[in-house]
Design a protein around this ligand. Structure first.
Ligand code: NAP
Length: 590
């Protein structure tokens, strides 16, 4: 087959392609065209142009990468099924296209107190708002992602699903509400999604016999197949007397083929501590070695509890089952829809073991495994630039550790990581975060706001920018309780200031005086200059606690714009919304 001379690829590439395709039968070639179109839509966000007729649009809004991962998997499966499909991140979606859609799937997470992810704020406002068009010709389905330990579980998914229906769209099948163990709900939802899409779009191809596309990132390691990374260093970076134990960890990715960019996160799979598993076994009176079958997998109970189940987080489904089994009125009352505060207090202050001890119940091993939430990996913002540390990856980890009425408790991954010695291994994978990237133009100034361990990605940013030759300045705001014990990476920042890699550093040590001082106070104090930097094109980044800090910082930025721009509240909010839309105000918060 001669290569067409007008093709936008080199003749040699086409000849190579011809060699690869030689001898393939019709259905396989058809499948490949769908696969390639889907791959193209993954990178361009545009619908495949090779196929006439309606297209499946998959929209996603993702904060930590889970919704993005599920949406990508959906698009890959749809391509494999020969369906015309495109993948679009919510903030890249041209809203005027909504009324032309015929088949729309939305995969979207809900943050903290019922907020959309940052990349979907505009889309959610548009669909929920008065400007949304009637959609009588649309078919849709929604997969919500959330965390059932929060009262507003999957609120954004619900809102969109209901709103689209009220605009006249036909809901193709029931919404999925996926908990932190996303895949146990996502799996079934994806299957239905493909089946319904084939009915609506009329696919000629079966889905089941097609091979999985190659792994991303050029590595065989991913979330399902993590890499055993050797620990090269594990140092406390809070001083003696600090209320926090914060660690700087260095892990080796040598030989993994894994690569990352500043702004990405490292996923960590951590087993439960053996003393916690022992205590749960004792509290339930169940035998450690009894085999338990669940979802077609048979393992001894101890292994289920150690490797596959959450013990340090309480969820509504588990509490509901436990309230039934224990017959506890107090627990039942805390689960009433009106008892939001009691429920929040319960999940914030207690763990599974506390509930087992406080309200004894006759659990069977099978029921316990069935009701506990599957263990999920924890994400840590990476604190290094690969250009500066080669095949290492660095983390800043606060050991979550506290005492309840029943004894010491901890967070599963931070406890595991703080206990690792040099030479030990951690199971890890890379979670890319395209929403938290340095400006392409190294001549742009950047402002980084990262109190506590939220400073981690900014260590990566400063490392990276120190290796670029651009003229952009770097301004860091950091906060923690005490300067003496909690000034994370103090020497590195001073060194960077001296070398001209960091241009400004403003700190807020909250407990070094008799009143609290937070980063947003420093922002206000330097409001004029900060506003000037932003008006001149600077990017602003926030990382850390979503519920309090990121909200307060957001309000402080609006106040600064009002004061120094001489604007009304509405104008200041529009300005900050535009910064966000243009990708110059980026947040990595949870
Ligand atoms: P933290 O609890 O956020 O405390 C750091 C400093 O912030 C302390 O001085 C604290 O003061 C202060 N602070 C408290 N409330 C604040 C508010 N409303 N506004 C501004 N500052 C405030 O630090 P951390 O324990 O290291 O935790 C960081 C948080 O960020 C955690 O929630 C963690 O999960 C999250 N985190 C998220 C990411 C991410 O999204 N990628 C990465 C790292 C960390 P006081 O304690 O004295 O009140």
């Amino acid at each position: 087959m001669p290569a067409p001379v007008s093709a936008p690829v080199a003749v040699a590439t086409l000849q190579q392609l011809d060699r690869l395709l030689e001898g393939l039968d019709g259905p396989t070639l058809q499948w490949l065209s769908g696969y390639i179109a889907g791959r193209a839509s993954l990178t361009t966000g545009k619908p495949p142009t090779t196929t006439a007729g309606p297209t499946l649009t998959v929209l996603y809004g993702s904060q930590t990468g889970n919704a993005k991962r599920v949406a990508e998997s959906l698009v890959q499966r749809a391509s494999q099924a020969g369906l015309p499909v495109r993948l679009v991140r919510a903030d890249s979606y041209a809203q005027r296209e909504l009324k032309q859609e015929r088949l729309l799937y939305i995969v979207i997470s809900t943050q903290g107190e019922g907020e959309p992810p940052d990349d979907a704020r505009g889309l959610v406002e548009f669909i929920a708002g008065r400007r949304a068009p009637q959609l009588p010709e649309l078919h849709h389905a929604v997969l919500g992602l959330g965390d059932s330990s929060y009262p507003e579980f999957c609120a954004i998914g619900k809102l969109l699903d209901e709103r689209l229906t009220s605009l006249g769209s036909q809901r193709l099948f029931a919404r999925g509400d996926a908990d932190v163990d996303v895949d146990s709900v996502a799996r079934g939802w994806l299957e239905q999604a493909i089946e319904h899409a084939r009915q609506v779009l009329g696919s000629p191809q079966p889905t089941s016999t097609l091979p999985e596309p190659p792994a991303q990132n050029g590595s065989q390691y991913n979330r399902e197949h993590p890499f055993a990374a050797e620990v090269l260093a594990n140092q406390a970076i809070t001083g003696q007397g600090s209320e926090r134990d914060i660690r700087h960890l260095e892990l080796s990715l040598a030989g993994s083929g894994l690569s990352y960019e500043p702004g990405d996160a490292l996923g960590v799979w951590a087993p439960q501590a053996s003393e916690l598993v022992d205590a749960v076994l004792q509290a339930t009176g169940l035998a450690a070695d009894q085999p338990v079958e669940y979802d077609g997998v048979v393992l001894p109970l101890r292994r289920w509890l150690t490797e596959r189940r959450e013990l340090t987080v309480l969820t509504r489904p588990f509490l509901q089952a436990h309230a039934e089994l224990s017959g506890s009125e107090a627990l039942r009352a805390a689960l009433e829809p009106a008892a939001r505060d009691a429920f929040s207090a319960l999940v914030e202050e207690r763990q599974v073991l506390d509930v087992l001890l406080e309200y004894p119940a006759p659990w069977s091993a099978e029921a316990l495994v069935g009701q506990l939430r599957p263990l999920a990996p924890r994400m840590y913002s990476i604190a290094s630039s690969p250009r500066a540390v080669d095949d290492e990856v660095h983390l800043t980890v606060a050991h979550v550790h506290y005492v309840t009425g029943q004894g010491p408790r901890w967070g599963v991954a931070s406890h595991h990581l703080q206990g690792l010695a040099e030479g030990d291994h951690a199971s890890v994978f890379i979670e890319a975060n395209d929403r938290f990237r340095l400006p392409d133009d190294p001549g742009r100034d950047i402002i980084m706001i990262g109190p506590g361990t939220g400073v981690a990605p900014f260590r990566a940013f400063v490392q990276e920018r120190s290796l670029q030759s651009g003229s952009g300045r770097n301004w860091l705001f950091f906060g923690n309780p005490h300067a003496y014990t909690d000034f994370l990476y103090q020497l590195e920042w001073h060194d960077a200031l001296r070398k001209g890699h960091l241009h400004r550093l403003d700190v807020a040590f909250s407990r070094d005086q008799d009143h609290k001082v937070y980063v947003q106070q420093r922002l206000r104090e330097h409001g004029a200059q900060l506003f000037e930097w932003l008006q001149a094109g600077a990017y602003i980044y926030v990382c850390g606690d979503a519920n309090r800090m990121a909200r307060d910082v957001h309000e402080a930025l609006i106040e600064i714009a009002r004061e120094h721009g001489g604007w009304s509240d509405e104008a200041a909010r529009t300005w900050i919304g535009e910064l966000q839309q243009h990708g110059r105000y980026l947040r990595d918060v949870y």
